[in-house]
Each structure stands twice: as structure tokens, then as C-alpha cells.
Design a protein around this ligand. Structure first.
Ligand code: DGT
Ligand code: MG
Ligand code: MG
Ligand code: MG
Ligand code: MG
Length: 269
């Protein structure tokens, strides 16, 4: 087919293909969620409806898009890891990033009412996105460890901060002063000695965030079959294994997680 004289404009498109053989990580983050949380009455420091909506949206991203082997989320952010060998859209950075972020944002709005029955969505939320490449498995594990350590540090701080404000009537300014320069041990001690809270008993989803991985799960269905020479149909159980996204709230910093799920990092996953 003859080309139009306008075809040359295509050459202005930059080649943004991700380096081969690297883990492709897309991280998204809610835009201005400090305000969004305030306006929508999110519970402090953790709103389980909001966290579950984030997890539901991330599950949709994993199910709808190709080649995502693990995702990790906390607060208003989620990271998605595409397998090293992925050739989805010829590994174009813009495709990875925009598909993840738009699918996530539309899912967040689509599923809002399932989690916030009594709270209308007041304005359309947005999410930013970035792509980072990690060449080694250790780099990828360290990346995910970094995000989970961030979850832990923020959650411990926020738990003590809001306990001081809500249960000992300190003003936010006084609570902030009280916590200035304290280490993790000091914060645990304040919770335990003053409020009888053992931080290790706080919900795992708050302390560890959420990990999404693929697992083979047995699905049992009933099927009607026709037996030869028998006019009646019979109902039988049929078991099928299907790859399913499962949610975990576990430690991913230590080796145990990676030893338990070696298929996540294996080349043929
Ligand atoms: P950004 O990302 O630069 O556009 O700005 P923000 O405001 O989204 O800030 P960011 O992402 O650093 O921090 C996340 C904010 O979201 C933080 O202010 C607290 C809020 N947030 C996230 N999850 C919850 C929650 O479960 N409950 C409450 N009350 N707030 C939350
Ligand atoms: Mg920020
Ligand atoms: Mg944000
Ligand atoms: Mg954030
Ligand atoms: Mg198109």
C-alpha cells in the first residue's frame, strides 16, 4: 500500500523499549491522597476499606494484563513486577506504565461502591506511575524489601502517633514532638507501657502490606453428563486447577518467602 507523505512523522516516536532480561517494575502512587483520604473520611492511620479497594484494583491489573508475576502494595501505592522475559508490547516502557496505571485507576473507581457503601466518591482520583528496571534477582528482592520496610516504618510511626492523639488527648503537634528522635524500640515501648498495645499483634495487612501472587487453586464445579444407554443425565463433580491471584500479608524481606515460592523468580514462570 502506498504511504502518505505524512508517514514520516512516525519517525519522531522515540524507542522506549525496556532493556532485555531485566525485571520491569511499575510503581503507581495516589495523587494527593493526603487530601483524598481526608475528604473521603478514611480512618486513621489505616482504613481497611481503602486498602481492600487498592488490593482489588491491583488484582484486576494482574488478571487483565500480561506477564505480571508479583505485586506489592501499601498505603496509596502499588508495585507490579513483569517477568524478565516479557515481550508484552515489545517491552515498550510507555505501554507498561500507561496500561498499569489506567487499568488500576478505572478499577479503583469501578469498585469504589463495593467497599465504600456509605461514602460517595467526591471527585475522580488520579495515580502517577514510573518504570524502574532491575537487572538481578537480588536487586528486585531489595526493591520489594525497601517498599515493605517503608510500610513498616510508616505504620509503626502512624500507629503510635494516632494512639497518642486519639487516646491520650495530645494535639498532633505534641504527638509529633513526643516522637521526634525516637527509635523503633522506643515507639514499641510507648505503645506497650502506656497503652498496653503489643505492636506485633496489630493486623498483618497494616504491618506488612499486601503481596499478590499467582497460585494454582482447585475449582470444583458440577457438570451434567450423559451416560450412554441411560436416558437420564447425571451430575458429577469436576475439579480443575486454575491459576488464581492470591493475597498474602507476609514478610518478603527474609529468604523464607522466596524459598516457599521459587516459581516467582524462575525464568519459566
Ligand atoms: P503525592 O503522592 O505526592 O501526590 O501526595 P500524597 O498526598 O498522595 O502523599 P503520599 O503518597 O506520600 O502519602 C500517602 C497519603 O495517603 C498519606 O498522607 C496518608 C494517606 N493515606 C494512605 N492510606 C491511608 C489510610 O488508610 N488512612 C488514612 N487516613 N490516610 C491514608
Ligand atoms: Mg509523594
Ligand atoms: Mg500519593
Ligand atoms: Mg504514597
Ligand atoms: Mg490502539
Amino acid at each position: 500500500m502506498a504511504k502518505s507523505k505524512f508517514e514520516y512523522v512516525r519517525d519522531f516516536e522515540a524507542d522506549d523499549r525496556c532493556l532485555p532480561n531485566c525485571w520491569v517494575v511499575v510503581r503507581l502512587d495516589g495523587r494527593g491522597f493526603h487530601r483524598f483520604a481526608e475528604q473521603h473520611g478514611f480512618k486513621k492511620p489505616n482504613d481497611d476499606r481503602a486498602l481492600q479497594l487498592m488490593n482489588r484494583s491491583a488484582q484486576t491489573v494482574m488478571e487483565e494484563l500480561e506477564d505480571i508475576v508479583i505485586a506489592y502494595g501499601q498505603s496509596d501505592e502499588f508495585s507490579f513486577v513483569f517477568k524478565k522475559k516479557s515481550n508484552w508490547f515489545k517491552r515498550r516502557t510507555s505501554k507498561f506504565m500507561t496500561h498499569v496505571v489506567s487499568q488500576f485507576a478505572s478499577s479503583y473507581v469501578f469498585y469504589w461502591k463495593d467497599y465504600f457503601q456509605d461514602q460517595p466518591l467526591l471527585y475522580p482520583p488520579g495515580f502517577d506511575g514510573r518504570v524502574v528496571l532491575y537487572p538481578s534477582d537480588q536487586n528486585l528482592k531489595d526493591y520489594l524489601s525497601w517498599r515493605q520496610a517503608d510500610c513498616h516504618i510508616n505504620n509503626l510511626y502512624n500507629t503510635v502517633f494516632w494512639t497518642l492523639v486519639q487516646r491520650s488527648s495530645l494535639t498532633p503537634e505534641q504527638a509529633q514532638k513526643r516522637l521526634q528522635g525516637t527509635l523503633a524500640g522506643d515507639k514499641n515501648e510507648i505503645l506497650f507501657s502506656e497503652f498496653n498495645i503489643n505492636y506485633n499483634n496489630e493486623p498483618l495487612i497494616h504491618r506488612k502490606g499486601t503481596v499478590l501472587i499467582w497460585q494454582k487453586v482447585n475449582h470444583v464445579t458440577m457438570k451434567r453428563i450423559k451416560i450412554p444407554k441411560d436416558p437420564a443425565e447425571k451430575e458429577v463433580e469436576v475439579t480443575r486447577t486454575r491459576s488464581t491471584v492470591v493475597l498474602l500479608h507476609c514478610d518478603i524481606i527474609g529468604d523464607q518467602f522466596w524459598e516457599q515460592y521459587p516459581e516467582i523468580l524462575s525464568d519459566d514462570s
